[in-house]
Design a protein around this ligand. Structure first.
Ligand code: IMP
Ligand code: MG
Length: 185
């Protein structure tokens, strides 16, 4: 049996803390969007999936969901390549709609800056960003993040949607990986 335990340096955010913060983010979104119609949550695959499904349970404003897949990493890499690729685009028109991007983590900001520009070009009524995690010390591109779950230090993290070499997205907490550890080594 493979275990993730040897990879964990520390648990940065436990399940209870994570869930309480997500509920609070939902409350904030409910307040902000109470007078807006046609809200579309755009989840960035794959890392944002757990966050989306928990967050949307706390959003009581009527909303639709859709998914985009974007990659900026080379295979197995832990640094953004700086080159962003759309692997899966939306299948609906977003013109005139209120868009909320739901993302797992903002690291350098390269991915979200690209996505933001792409979606703004499609003329939505509004566009906001909700990220569970942010590593402010790593930012290369200054982008406005409207809702942030947690600011974390410059550590590679996994769990709760985020992968360690594509594994362990299912963990209910966020853990920092021990430096130099790879899941398949
Ligand atoms: P950015 O373009 O550098 O902001 O990278 C954003 C993307 O890199 C995120 O959406 C994640 O998919 C991935 N990423 C950045 N940091 C981590 C991490 O610590 N663990 C897992 N994935 C990460
Ligand atoms: Mg991501």
């Amino acid at each position: 049996m493979h275990s993730y335990l040897p990879f964990i340096e520390e648990i940065l955010i436990d399940e209870e803390t994570l869930q309480a913060r997500i509920e609070a983010l939902g409350a904030q979104i409910n307040a902000d969007y109470s007078h807006m119609s046609d809200l579309l949550l755009i989840c960035v695959l794959k890392g944002g999936v757990l966050f989306l499904t928990d967050l949307m349970r706390h959003i009581h404003v009527p909303h639709a969901i859709d998914f985009m897949a974007i990659s900026s990493y080379g295979p197995g890499a832990r640094e953004s390549s700086g080159i962003v690729r759309i692997d899966l685009d939306l299948r609906q028109n977003v013109e005139g709609r209120n868009l909320l991007i739901v993302e797992d983590i903002v690291d350098t900001g390269t991915t979200l800056a690209y996505l933001r520009r792409l979606l703004l070009a499609r003329n939505p009524a509004s566009l906001r960003i909700c990220a569970l995690l942010s590593k402010p010390s790593r930012r290369l591109t200054d982008i406005p993040i409207d809702y942030v779950g947690f600011e974390i230090p410059d550590k590679f993290v996994f769990g709760y949607g985020l992968d360690l070499d594509e594994l362990y997205r299912n963990l209910p907490f966020i853990a920092a990986v021990k430096p130099g550890m790879y899941a398949h080594s």
